[in-house]
Design a protein around this ligand. Sequence first.
Ligand code: 5RP
Length: 262
Amino acid sequence: MDWGMKNRLSSIMGSDGKCMFMPIDHGYFLGPTNNLEKPGETIKPIIEYCDALFVTRGVLRAAINPDDSKPIILRVSGGTSVVGGDLANEGLTTSIKDAVRLNVSGVGLSVFIGSDYERQTLLNLGKLVDECEEYGIPVMAVTAVGKELEKRDARYLALCCRIAAEIGAKVVKTYWCEEFEKVTEGCPVPIVIAGGPKFDTELPVFEFVHDGMTKGAIGLNLGRNIWQHKHPVAMAKALHAIIHKGANPQEANDIFNDTKNG
Ligand code: 5RP
C-alpha cells in the first residue's frame, strides 16, 4: 500500500485502529431528514466523539467548517430518491478530481447485491476503486439492503462484504446480524457496523455494537441512533466508549445515563 493510501486510512481510524464514523449523508436520497435539516448544527455537539464524517460534497461545502473538521469520507454514489424509482439504481455522482480538491480521506458508495442493480452498482465500485487507487484514496463500500430487511442475515451479508472486498473496497460497511463473526471472518478487509432505523431504547443499540466489535468489526458508522436521539451527546459518548475504551453494554448505558443527567 502506498504512503498516501496508508496515511488516509490511518487518518480515519483512531490511534487504536478502531473507528467511529458519523454518517450525515442521508439527505442524498431522503431530503431534509429529521434532525438533519441543518447538518452543521446537528453535528456541533457530537463531532468530538467521531473519527470521520460520512457526507456528500454539497453538505460538506455548505455546512462543514474547513478550518475545523474531522477527516472526511465523501459519499459519491446516488441518483435516486425515496419518491423516485428503485433506490438501488445508483450511479457515481462525484468525480475523483472533486474528491481530491476537497482533500477527503476516503470515499464511499453503496452496492445493492441481490437487487436488479447488483451488476451496475458493483461495476460502479470497480470503476471507483480503479480511479481512487491512482490517488491513494481508500474506498468504503456500503452494503445496502434497501427495504428488504429480511435479507440481513449472516449468509447474505458475508456474501456482500466478501464481494465488495474482492472488487477492491478498503473498508466495508455492513449491518450487524446474528452470527456476525461469519461476516467478519469471510471478509479480508476491515468491517464497520452500519446503523439502521432508530431503536426505541438505548441498551439494544449498545448490545449490538458491542457484539459486533467483539466479533471482529473495527468500528461503527451509526447516524440516526445518535443524532435523532433526544440525548445525542450521551449516545455519542457511550458508543465512543464501546469503540475506543472497550466498554461493555452496561458500562455504556451507565455513561449514557450519567451524561444525560448532567
Ligand atoms: C445512508 C447511509 C448511512 O451512512 C447509514 O445508513 C448509516 O446511518 P444510520 O445509522 O442512520 O442508518 O449509508 O445513506
